[in-house]
Design a binder for this molecule. Structure first.
Ligand SMILES: Cc1cc2nc3c(=O)[nH]c(=O)nc-3n(C[C@H](O)[C@H](O)[C@H](O)COP(=O)(O)OP(=O)(O)OC[C@H]3O[C@@H](n4cnc5c(N)ncnc54)[C@H](O)[C@@H]3O)c2cc1C
Length: 522
């Protein structure tokens, strides 16, 4: 199977051995970071369309045979489902897309070095896949959906539309003015199953005159609420200009890349006392939290901002400003500094060594940048399930994401079951306190969607109405974000808060897949 050979289907013979070796060699057939039995979320074939026309062809074929398809770009959404399809046997539709490294290298090669891209922690994902999943990066252009301008979308019927100014023939503003005229459509193609995005305009940030990382540590775990109180006014006034990360010290230890067993043998959550003792031997010193930030602009402007930030941070007792010059050259700080100026990196993968067969799943509730309710819910459930908690607080602007990276051993059924149970518990308890996730793993999307249930779930009913109108045969990513097409709805496919075992496959739905002969071409 070759990319650019648009009409070819690469059959994936199930069941073969499902494997995953390295991040760069992830599968396009299933969730590499499986949270339940890995055979549960598997596609039956992978198609690599090389053009919009080829995507249209695949979509028409899927309608004809009523085969569910699931679009991915790079399929590296690891921790949120990767390349899995919610309906087993779906065809994964892969738009190879442009991954961050490729875009970065192309820009450098062409000599446009004054232009920055914006990257998430790992550079192996695609610009398009990340933006349509409403992912985040770490320069001032870190809201990837917010930084995009214009889309081309293949609708589930095969019709192609262009949004914003792209609908105006002959325009030269598609990639600079996102809204166009009339209702703004782009949002409905993110985290959704209403269309396959085949083109996406992304704005690039001109180098503002340089950037410079900084690092500050905070001593006590309980100081979190006070630290956030200090960050909030700096962020909303744009003194802190990007979405910086306040990481728990466990991440500082795990980023050394050694297994947990090198530090602690207990089966319970690794105690903060142990972590602080280890930290005392590292450049960060004895601490519970580490803030990795960046300032932007010409040197003089950066110095003024750094002074203001340092003074504010040092109002927290025990805060310690760590000069970048004092850090060894291989310290994670320098990777963070690069990411914050749009240079793709991989270092973040190091903490997956914490467990053998290291995988992870994200818990990403949104809250106001204030208080400790959500971190305490996460702590309670990690204790309950004997899991180490890897929290990082990211203050977006007026909102805060508590990103809890839960690392587990996907080779150990108990470790996986604990991680799954912990996720379900945190989502339930957070919703009871009025907190919802901004994004979640494919298996948990029904549960999260069901928490957004104001006015008798009127939003979900509206989304279902759109789904049934745009995708009458229900072929595109059934179940994505909890939106099931009529054909599947209420037939046992939905996974609720209490579903801790394998996902129900639901009732038989009328596919015409039997008509497709092995090896047939589109
Ligand atoms: C250690 C670690 C750290 C991470 N840090 C971050 C981070 O800082 N920020 C962040 O945002 N993410 C982060 N991630 C998650 C993930 O790596 C990124 O989001 C990645 O960029 C996903 O890109 P992708 O191209 O692989 O997405 P894909 O898996 O291809 O796509 C993501 C989702 O978007 C949808 N989609 C994809 N293509 C299309 C299309 N053409 N049309 C319609 N829908 C489509 C699909 O539903 C798919 O599930 C991290 C993951 C790991 C393992």
């Amino acid at each position: 199977m070759m990319v650019g050979e648009p009409s070819t289907v690469q059959p994936f013979f199930y069941p073969t051995k499902l494997t995953w070796s390295r991040y760069m060699e992830h599968p396009n057939t299933h969730d590499a970071f499986h949270l339940i039995e890995q055979e549960e979320l598997v596609s039956s074939a992978t198609v690599f369309p090389g053009s919009t026309e080829a995507v249209v062809q695949v979509v028409k074929w899927a309608n004809e045979y009523e085969v569910p398809i699931y679009p991915i770009s790079m399929g590296r959404n690891l921790g949120d489902g990767g390349a899995a399809a919610r309906v087993r046997g779906s065809t994964c539709l892969v738009e190879p897309g442009v991954f961050y490294y490729a875009l970065y290298e192309k820009i450098q090669k062409r000599g446009h070095t004054h232009l920055w891209i914006d990257v998430p922690d790992l550079g192996g994902g695609s610009v398009l896949g990340n933006a349509v999943d409403r992912g985040v990066g770490y320069t001032p252009y870190g809201d990837h959906f917010g930084a995009h301008s214009g889309m081309e979308v293949v609708l589930p019927t095969g019709e192609v539309i262009r949004t914003g100014m792209g609908a105006l023939p002959g325009n030269n503003t598609w990639q600079i003015f996102p809204y166009g005229f009339g209702p703004y459509a782009d949002g409905i193609f993110t985290q959704s199953n209403y269309g396959i995005v085949t083109k996406l305009g992304m704005t690039l940030m001109p180098n503002p005159g340089g950037s410079e990382g900084f690092m500050c540590t905070f001593k006590e775990e309980e100081d979190l609420a006070q630290i956030i109180e200090v960050i909030r006014p700096l962020r909303v006034r744009n003194v802190l200009e990007n979405v910086a990360q306040l990481k728990h010290v466990v991440q500082e230890v795990a980023l050394l890349g050694k297994p947990r067993s090198a530090w602690y043998q207990g089966k319970d959550q690794i105690p903060i006392k142990v972590l602080r003792e280890i930290a005392s031997t590292l450049p960060c010193g004895d601490c519970s939290w580490v803030f990795y930030g960046s300032t932007y602009g010409p040197k003089e402007a950066r110095q003024i901002k750094l002074k203001a930030i340092r003074e504010a941070f040092e109002t927290v007792p025990g805060a310690r400003w760590i000069p970048r010059e004092s850090l060894p050259k291989d310290h994670y700080f320098f990777s963070r500094e690069k990411i914050s100026s749009g240079v793709p990196e991989f270092e973040e993968l190091r903490w997956l060594n914490w467990h053998p067969n290291g995988s992870h799943v994200f818990f990403g509730p949104v809250s106001a940048p204030r208080g400790l309710t959500v971190p305490l819910i996460a702590r309670k459930w990690h204790d309950e399930c004997d899991l180490d908690s890897f929290p990082a607080c990211c203050v977006g602007l007026r909102e805060m994401y508590l990103i809890v990276n839960m690392v587990y051993n996907r080779g150990d059924p108990v470790s996986k079951a604990n991680a799954y149970r912990c996720m379900r518990g945190m989502i339930k308890d957070a919703a009871a306190e009025g907190f919802g996730e901004y994004r979640t793993h494919l298996l948990l999307q029904d549960q999260v969607a069901a928490t957004y249930n104001w006015n008798n779930s009127s939003l979900l009913r509206f989304q279902e109405l759109l789904k049934d109108t745009l995708d009458p045969n229900g072929i595109l990513a059934p179940g994505r974000s909890g939106i099931w097409p009529k054909k599947y709805r209420g037939k046992g496919w939905e996974l609720g808060a209490g579903d801790l075992e394998s996902p129900s496959e639901g009732d038989e739905v009328s596919h015409k897949t039997l008509l497709i002969k092995e090896g047939s071409r589109l």
